[in-house]
Each structure stands twice: as C-alpha cells, then as structure tokens.
Design a binder for this molecule. Structure first.
Ligand code: KIV
Length: 261
C-alpha cells in the first residue's frame, strides 16, 4: 500500500482500516495485520510518554518512533503526524521537519488543520511527500477550541465542509475527520474525491482509525465515546504478569525445559 493505492480505496468495495503504532514490537505484530495504513500519531506523547495532550510531541520524538515502526512493519504504509507548530514556522523549517520524518521512513505525513497552511501543504505535496489532512476536533488546537469536543455542529458545519474542500484542493490524498457529527462526515465524504477516515465521525465515511491502545483495551481508564476496546488487553497483560510472579514465587518457573544444563 502507498498513498496512490490508499487514495484509490475511495472507490473500492471495502472500508479502510487504520490504527496507530508507536514502537517496534507492536509494529512487528501490525506488519502481519490486515490494516491499510499505520499512523505514528502525535498521540504518542500521551500514550507512550504520559503527557496530557499531544502538544509536547516534537519532531525528534516523532522521528524516533517512526524509525522504530518502519523497522518493525516494513510492509505497511506508514504515515507520521507533523507535531504541533511544525507547519507554522515557515517553509524552510516545515520542509526540514518533513525531511526528518521521511528520513526516518515515513511514507506520508499528516497535518492538522488547513487555515494558514494550504500553500505549505501544497508545497510539501509538490515536493513529493503525500499529505493526509485532519479536520474536526484537532487535538493540537485543544486550547483554541476549548477542550476535546465535537466540532462542526450547527452553523460551523458549512465552514468545516469548506475546509474539507480546501484540504482536497491543497493536494491531500486522504482526510481524517475527528469528532464530527455523522451527517456532516457523510456529506464531506460524498463531496470529496479523496477518502475520509473517521474517528468519532460515524459510519458514512470511507474508513476508520483508532488508537491501537484503545482498540486493544490497554487504556481501560480512558475510554472516549467513539473508541471500542475489542479485547481486554490490559487485563491480559496483568494476568500474564501475575502468572509470572506467582510462578517465580512458587518455584515453578523456570522449569527444567527452561533451564540450561
Ligand atoms: O495522533 C493520533 O493518534 C491521531 C489519530 C487519533 C487520528 O491523530
């Protein structure tokens, strides 16, 4: 899969499945998985580094995690988030940032928002790097939008639809729609020629993305309304650790089979 294949999924007969990934061993599992792309999201700052927003993510952090993911999942299409403000310091620094991510192995970058950066996105695309857009609830703007809340309700729908058209006009190959009313997400999906990938945007989109730790049930204390834990991952890990500790204490680990003679 690459950006051209991904874009053509818009007209395919199946929906697009994308998950985040931040590290080598998870990437090795994802390398064998039936997903269409792997996103090194700036949610890495929260999930892997314990920050309370995505704002502390840096280019260095994104490049480091991208390299690990690409080494673990060489057959997956890897997209990496441009972190907070990386597109706002002008053309030169933005291209340096893109270069660092692509140099780490990213095959495409994702950019939140469109206002004030359509020209830059076009320049990145014309420089040979595919760009995925991201509209709706854009977590990097959490302070501007006053919290993690649904975007595009009421009168704001017209502006969001217009922004979506601008994302496509700027040359993006796909668009993430986060926390958008399902009807509006459907309208955007019908309007655009590029695929829409929803997260909290209902089913009338071309695909879905979820944070891997949410879908695998590794973050049981954090469950946004749009996320589903498909397995009790945290419980399974706790059980494995408890079994290990119990076996150590009872003397049943290591067994003869696990011992060198
Ligand atoms: O950073 C991230 O994980 C994301 C997805 C949730 C879309 O941007």
């Amino acid at each position: 899969m690459n950006a051209v294949d991904f874009r053509s999924l818009k007209h395919g007969d199946r929906r697009i499945a994308v998950t985040t990934c931040y590290d080598f061993w998870t990437a090795r599992i994802l390398n064998e998985a039936d997903v269409d792309a792997v996103l090194v999201g700036d949610s890495v700052a929260m999930v892997m580094h314990g920050h309370d927003s995505t704002i502390p993510a840096t280019i260095e952090m994104m490049a480091l995690h991208t390299g690990a993911v690409v080494r673990g999942a060489p057959r997956q299409f890897v997209i990496t988030d441009m972190p907070f403000l990386a597109m706002r310091r002008g053309l030169g620094p933005a291209i340096d940032a893109v270069e660092a991510l692509v140099g780490s192995g990213a095959q495409a970058v994702k950019v939140e928002g469109i206002a004030g950066q359509a020209e830059l996105i076009r320049h990145v695309v014309e420089s040979g790097v595919p760009v995925m857009g991201h509209l709706g609830m854009t977590p990097q703007s959490v302070h501007q939008i006053g919290g993690y809340r649904v975007q595009g309700r009421g009168d704001a729908a017209v502006a969001l639809l217009d922004d979506a058209r601008r994302v496509e006009d700027a040359g993006c190959f796909a668009l993430v729609l986060e926390c958008v009313p399902a009807e509006l997400a459907g309208q955007i999906t019908d309007t655009l020629a590029i695929p829409t990938i929803g997260i909290g945007a209902g089913t009338a989109v071309d695909g879905q993305v979820l944070v891997l730790h949410d879908l695998a049930g590794f973050l049981p204390d954090f469950r946004p309304r749009f996320a589903r834990a498909f397995r009790p991952g945290a419980q399974q890990l706790q059980d494995a650790i408890a079994d290990f500790a119990a076996a150590v204490r009872s003397g049943t680990f290591p067994s003869e089979k696990e011992t060198y003679r």
